[in-house]
Design a protein around this ligand. Structure first.
Ligand code: NI
Length: 133
């Protein structure tokens, strides 16, 4: 993709904020910072429009707790149309990490993540959505 250069006028305080953003996110320059911010904005806009997006759901849970695994599987079966794959890691004798790759309408992904996260025994649940559909 070709790159276009353009001049930007900004208030000093906004420029300072941009420089902080670049530094905090380990970006190399202001162009990268602006690119990052525009991308984030576009991703959020896509979610709001309920477009098809790809993403992942990360879950951490105690694998030996009551019927959590049965419930986790039942919900994933229910949403089989938007689940691409899932990977299970045993991170300790007690804890499991599961990463579920998803693709579908942003509202459906959010609903699935909310349902999984609400299960008793899930200690961490996070949905990450991208712009790619
Ligand atoms: Ni496990």
């Amino acid at each position: 993709m070709s790159v276009v250069r353009f001049g930007v006028s900004l208030e000093k305080n906004l420029l300072d904020e941009l420089d902080d953003f670049v530094k905090d996110n380990f970006l190399t320059n202001r162009s990268q910072g602006i690119r990052h911010l525009i991308n984030n904005y576009l991703v959020e806009k896509k979610w709001q429009c309920n477009n098809v997006v790809s993403g992942s759901i990360t879950l951490v849970y105690n694998g030996h707790k009551n019927d959590l695994l049965i419930k986790l599987t039942a919900i994933q079966n229910e949403y089989h149309e938007i689940i691409l794959s899932s990977q299970h890691f045993h991170i300790s004798e007690e804890e499991c990490l599961e990463i579920i790759a998803v693709r579908g309408k942003s509202r459906e992904l959010t609903k699935l993540a909310d349902k999984l996260r609400a299960l008793k025994g899930i200690s961490h649940g996070k949905l990450a959505m991208t712009i790619a559909g």
